[in-house]
Ligand binder design. Structure first.
Ligand code: AMP
Ligand code: MG
Length: 523
C-alpha cells in the first residue's frame, strides 16, 4: 500500500475501491478542510505504529457513508492503515495532524489540552458530503501531557458500539468506521491491550478550540477558526448582522436539541467538559457514558464524577453552562455594530440573549419528544405534567427507562387489561395505577386508535439500547479474541426500533452482575 497524494477516486466507483484507492481517497490537502487552517491549529506528525494490528469491528453503514465496500476490511492493509501503520514513510504532504484545544474540565479551567491520542488522516468526499477521518489511540502527540496516546480495547469497543447506536437512534453523533486491535500492552488500573477507533464526522471542532484561541489572546486565529466553521457548516450565518453572534445562536440551538435527544433516551454522557462539546452539536468523545437501566433522575454514570456534576438531570444545565464558555470565547469577534462606546457590555448582553435561546429551545424540544414517547399526537395543556408524573414514579421505583416507554405502547386507552407489561416494572403498583388512570383519561382525548398510537410510539421508543451489560459481554469475548458478539450487538443496535424477536434477550433487564459494573474516565 502506498500513500499516494493523488485523489483520483470518484465516489460512484465506491464498490471498486482497492485499499490503495481508499488510502488515497482520504485527502489531507483539500481546501477548506480543518487541516488547511495551518500550524497555529495543529501539529502534523505520524501515528506511532502498533504491532500486528487486526480488525475487531467494522461498521458497514459507516463504510457506505464514506463510499466504500466494507469487504475491503479483509485486506490486511486495512487493519494496518487504520491502526496508523504506514507501509512506507509518510510523505510530508500526507502527514496526519493532531489539533490543539483547551477547555473547562469539571467546571474548572484546564488550560491547553488538544488531541492527545487522536490524529486526523484527512477528509473523504462522498455523495456530496465531506467527512473528516480520525484515528483515536494512535500514539502520543504534543498534546498528550502525561498520557500514553493509546486507548484500550474495552473503551474503543464501547465508543464504536455507542456512536453507531446513537446514529441509528437518530441522535447527532460522530460515527465509528472500525476498531483495530493490537496486543500492544497498555497500563490502566491493570494491563490491557490497545485498540484504535476510526471516527468519522463532518468536523471534530469543539467549544474548546474556540476557548483555546480566546484564552491565548489570539484573535486572528480565533476569527480564522470561526470563519472556517461558518463557511463549512453554517453558511447562513454570513447573512446575519453579526455572523459570530449567529454562530453562537446555531451552536445554542443544536446543543439544546442534543440535550433533548439525550434526555429522551436516558443517555448520560459522563464527561461534558467544554472540550467534549461539538460545535456541530454532535455527541462526541464517548468515555464513561451510559444508557440508564432503572431510572434514577440523578444517575451518575461516571465513577470518577464524585460530585455528580454530569448526572442525568444536570446535563441540560451543563450544556447551557458550556455554551456560556463558548459565548465568552467568541466575544472578541462580535461587532462591528458594537464598535462604539459600551461595545463589550452590549455584545455580552446580546450574547446572553442568544444563550437564553437555549431555554426556549430545549424545553419545548424535550416536551415534544416526551409527548411523542407517550403517544400523544396533539399538544394539550398538562402534557408536561403527565410526562413528569411518569418520570417521578419511574424514579421512585427505579423502573427500567427503555422498557417502560417501550411497553407503554401496549396499554389500551379503554381499560387496564394490557397494563401488565409496563405495570410489572413498578414495585409500587398503586402509584403506577394512579398515573395510568390519568394517562388513560388523556388518551381518550386523542383521535388515534390504540394500534395507530402503538405503531407511532414504537418508532420513537427504542427497544434496544447499548446497556452496560451488553457492551460488557461483547468486551469480555473480544478480550478472548472472539469478536462475534461485538458484531452481533452492533447489528441489533442498528435497528433499535424494530422488534427483532430473535434478539429478545438484548432488550431484557440487566442481570444481577451488571450492578457491579463501574465505568470511569480510565480509557
Ligand atoms: P477526555 O475527557 O477523555 O475526552 O480527554 C481529555 C484530554 O485528555 C484530551 O486532551 C485527550 O486527548 C487527553 N487524553 C485522554 N487519554 C489520553 C491518553 N491515554 N493519552 C494521551 N492523551 C489522553
Ligand atoms: Mg475529550
Amino acid at each position: 500500500m502506498s500513500f499516494s497524494p493523488s485523489n483520483a477516486v470518484q465516489a460512484d466507483e465506491a464498490d471498486a475501491l482497492s485499499m490503495d484507492d481508499l488510502a488515497a481517497a482520504i485527502d489531507i490537502g483539500r481546501p477548506g478542510a480543518f487541516a488547511a487552517l495551518g500550524s497555529a491549529f495543529l501539529t502534523r506528525l505520524p501515528a506511532t505504529p502498533v504491532p500486528e494490528p487486526y480488525v475487531v469491528a467494522i461498521s458497514a453503514d459507516a463504510a457506505a457513508q464514506l463510499g466504500f465496500d466494507p469487504a475491503i476490511a479483509a485486506d490486511p492493509a486495512f487493519a494496518a492503515f487504520f491502526a496508523g501503520n504506514p507501509t512506507s514513510d509518510w510523505p510530508a504532504e500526507r502527514l496526519p495532524y493532531a489539533t490543539v484545544y483547551s477547555g473547562h474540565q469539571f467546571g474548572v479551567w484546564a488550560g491547553q489540552l488538544g488531541d492527545g491520542r487522536a490524529i486526523g488522516l484527512g477528509e473523504v468526499e462522498h455523495g456530496g458530503e465531506r467527512l473528516e477521518v480520525q484515528i483515536k489511540g494512535a500514539g502520543r502527540t504534543p498534546y498528550s501531557r502525561m498520557g500514553d496516546g493509546r486507548a484500550v480495547l474495552r473503551s474503543s469497543i464501547r465508543e464504536f458500539l455507542c456512536s453507531e447506536a446513537m446514529h441509528h437512534l437518530g441522535i447527532p453523533t460522530t460515527r465509528a468506521l472500525c476498531v483495530i486491535g493490537s496486543d500492544l500492552p497498555v497500563r490502566r488500573e491493570t494491563i490491557e491491550t490497545s485498540a484504535i477507533v476510526t471516527r468519522v464526522a463532518p468536523s471534530f471542532v469543539r467549544f474548546g478550540h474556540f476557548e483555546h484561541f480566546y484564552s491565548n489572546d489570539r484573535v486572528d486565529d480565533l476569527k480564522k477558526l470561526a470563519d472556517h466553521v461558518i463557511e463549512r457548516f453554517y453558511p447562513q450565518c454570513r447573512e446575519a448582522d453579526d455572523p459570530y453572534m449567529a454562530l453562537l445562536a446555531e451552536a445554542t440551538r443544536r446543543t439544546a436539541d442534543l440535550m433533548a435527544d439525550w434526555q429522551a433516551v436516558g443517555f448520560c454522557h459522563g464527561v461534558m467538559n467544554t472540550d467534549n462539546m461539538s460545535i456541530l452539536g454532535l455527541t462526541i468523545d464517548y468515555g464513561p457514558f451510559g444508557f440508564m437501566d432503572g431510572f434514577n433522575a440523578h444517575h451518575i454514570c461516571n465513577h470518577s464524577d464524585t460530585q455528580g456534576r454530569y448526572s442525568y438531570s444536570r446535563q441540560p444545565q451543563v450544556g447551557y453552562w458550556n455554551l456560556f464558555c463558548l459565548a465568552q470565547a467568541l466575544v472578541p469577534l462580535f461587532g462591528p455594530q458594537y464598535a462604539e462606546e459600551g461595545r463589550s457590555e452590549r455584545a455580552i448582553e446580546d450574547a446572553q440573549r442568544v444563550l437564553e435561546g437555549f431555554k426556549t429551545r430545549f424545553a419545548p424540544a424535550l416536551e415534544a419528544k416526551m409527548r411523542a414517547k407517550l403517544g400523544l399526537a396533539e399538544a394539550r395543556e398538562g402534557d408536561d405534567k403527565l410526562a413528569n408524573g411518569l418520570l417521578e414514579v419511574m424514579h421512585a421505583n427505579r423502573a427500567d427507562f427503555t422498557q417502560t416507554f417501550r411497553h407503554l405502547a401496549k396499554m389500551s386507552k379503554t381499560d387496564a387489561s394490557n397494563d401488565a407489561p409496563v405495570r410489572d416494572l413498578f414495585l409500587d403498583r398503586p402509584a403506577f395505577d394512579a398515573w395510568a388512570s390519568g394517562y388513560r383519561a388523556r388518551l381518550m382525548q386523542e383521535t388515534r386508535s390504540d394500534a395507530e398510537r402503538a405503531a407511532a410510539m414504537s418508532r420513537v421508543n427504542p427497544k434496544y439500547v447499548l446497556r452496560n451489560h451488553l457492551a460488557e459481554q461483547a468486551i469480555r469475548q473480544a478480550k478472548e479474541k472472539d469478536f462475534s458478539e461485538v458484531e452481533r450487538l452492533a447489528r441489533v443496535l442498528a435497528r433499535p426500533f424494530d422488534e427483532q424477536p430473535e434478539f429478545e434477550s438484548y432488550a431484557g433487564l440487566p442481570p444481577d452482575w451488571a450492578s457491579e459494573l463501574e465505568v470511569s474516565c480510565s480509557s
